[in-house]
Write a protein that binds this ligand. Structure first.
Ligand code: HEC
Length: 145
């Protein structure tokens, strides 16, 4: 009787573990799906100085300014952002969906090394929120002024 109970309990534990493993696999594949691109904010008159600089200062400028700016991209001035990185421009004014900077912050580039800010950065800087990405998109769509 005791032995039978132990066997029952072990079978139960086994099925619990299997269920857990199956749900973890589902969660894992959901995470691997490309993130959807948040829509552009509806706000008009979005500018670098009023709307984007505070976001870039908090999330990007630590690595993208000064002599050692990563990818030689300077995000602390409008000129720097428009000039782009060592391999070229990072945005297409009027076309946010096809701008590298938007793909980088929305995790839509194939190469995870291009996701910005980098996923596990030492500074503990968090990914941009969908609202911040929406503002970035509106700024680019409105001409990146
Ligand atoms: C903790 C440091 C760090 C932060 C914070 C950071 N970046 Fe980067 N960024 C890097 C590094 C390192 C590279 C070079 C990556 C490479 O060469 O693959 C880079 C490269 C880039 C590039 C060039 C893309 C490419 O494919 O090389 C863009 C665009 C960019 N960053 C945008 C941003 C934006 C926008 C933010 C803020 C939302 C940001 N970064 C925040 C470290 C950072």
């Amino acid at each position: 009787m005791l032995l039978e109970n132990i066997t029952k309990t072990m079978n139960y534990a086994k099925s619990l573990l299997l269920t857990l493993a199956a749900s973890l696999a589902v969660a894992g594949s959901a995470l691997a799906q490309p993130a959807p691109l948040p829509p552009a904010a509806t706000q008009s008159g979005v500018t670098y100085a009023t709307d984007l600089k505070p976001i870039f200062d908090a999330a990007c400028v630590k690595c993208h300014s000064g002599d050692k700016a990563k990818a030689r991209l300077h995000m602390d001035t409008l000129e720097g952002v428009l000039k782009g990185a060592k391999m070229g421009p990072i945005l297409k004014a009027g076309d946010s969906a096809n701008s590298l900077i938007v793909k980088a912050v929305a995790h839509l580039t194939k190469d995870q090394d291009s996701w910005m800010p980098p996923l596990r950065n030492k500074a503990g800087i968090k990914p941009l929120t969908p609202e911040q990405i929406g503002l970035l998109r509106a700024w680019i769509d409105q001409g990146a002024k």
